[in-house]
Design a binder for this molecule. Sequence first.
Ligand code: NAP
Length: 495
Amino acid sequence: MAEQYLNYIDGKWRPAESGQWFENRNPANWDEVIGAFTRSDRRDVDRAVQVARKAFDEWRLMPAPHRGAIIKRAGDLMVERKELLARDMTREMGKVLAETRGDVQEGIDTAYYAAVEGRRLFSHTTPSELPNKMNLSFRMPIGVAGLITPWNFPMAIPTWKIFPALVCGNTVIFKPASDTPLTATHLVDILIEAGLPPGVINLVHGGGGAVGTAIVEHPDIDLISFTGSSVVGREINSRAGAQLKRVSLELGGKNAQIVMDDADLDLALEGVLWGAFGTTGQRCTATSRLILHEAIHDRFLDMLLAAISKLNIGDGLSEANHVGPLINQSQVEIVHGYVEIGQGEGARLLVGGHPLKEGDHAAGWFYSPTVFADVTPRMRIFQEEIFGPVLSVVRVKDFDEAVSVHNDCVYGLSSSIFTQDVNRVFRAVRDLEAGITYINGPTIGAECHMPFGGVKETGNGHREGGWSVYEFFSEIKTVYVDFSGKLQRAQIDNY
Ligand code: NAP
């Protein structure tokens, strides 16, 4: 019998009302059951919201530096448990240990940044247009935050949302992805041990359709922060928007690396290997489009194929492996479906293009790193998010064509260019339509103290990370203090 894991509501671990369970399995070895998790529905969400609303009354009054100190302790506990957290994360979602350690480190960095932000939460004071009067503004907590997260960064993304939400004085309903409930449980355990009072964080396990929808539609949840697919994001936006909730959406990507004729090709090669095949291509910032200048196109592809032949694919718990499995069987089918689409569209399959099922790969959802050449910009494999180890290569004649091919896409999360030419660098910074641009680096590598997010259909204009996420999780109270002792009418008495 697999170990059973519960919801955390009102300071207690409790089973869901349904009495049902769902399994979490290791994607590198589907015979291994990680645990059985309680399957919640609207009733559990209702209860969680009720207690979060009550807990808000006190939590909002705790001085923000004290709230930050609790998050600092959570960061310290994550440091102590980093290896255990990373190993459990690799078991439940597959990416290699170096990457799961990085994922936990991102959570630690976010904790320490959030702790300090508890002493800042800056706002503006301005002069008044009237004498003997002051104008101030304050960042106020909003209320109960509904946080819905994906499985690909099961520690980093929840901490990006939970820590700033709490430091700003909100209480939280947290629904993690069904594929990564164990890491979410570890994170909540850490927050409890760090001293978070009952009701301030509430963990509700269960499916997106039942639990996610109940959170989005709940009238007593004031804001929604969602990271996941564009399809679900759109639906959430319309449902939550109908109730005038504040909504932050971080959605899909189709990120490109551009390599110009003057690039350091060895560096660009390392970049694309890490960007395209790290996390088995299952990152919102993964490099899934490669735009090559025609002068280096053939040489670079030869280098790329030689490097791919040296990648070890296997269980992420082995330090010898570079690429782990896909998250589940349905993702294998989606990825393979796109490979067939690419072949049907006339792209040339250079390597990969099939699931790996033999030997060490027999019991996991492994897929071979795949590269398509002779791709044209309007092909579906160059336009749609695949979320797997599939790289599509387009050849261009110059910088202007590279930018135009890059921008011909509904998504706009991350972008990258490799070049030595300073003029091209600044034109790329200005002209690439993306929330993030890397110069001489891959499309991945976010740091917790910088804003993170995309333009176009990647989101709705908010940013996670850095100072900007504190703006999302708080709202401005404007205050006028008149110490003149008389009625002063703005715009009337001063003109
Ligand atoms: P997903 O299927 O959209 O799921 C994301 C979360 O939403 C999960 O917790 C899911 O629950 C829940 N959910 C599903 N249907 C829902 C509904 N109708 N209402 C409310 N919640 C619902 O995405 P995913 O497969 O986990 O993650 C991959 C996607 O996330 C990719 O598109 C990737 O680009 C994107 N992503 C974006 C960023 C970014 O910052 N831009 C970062 C990481 C990932 P269940 O797990 O129970 O289905």
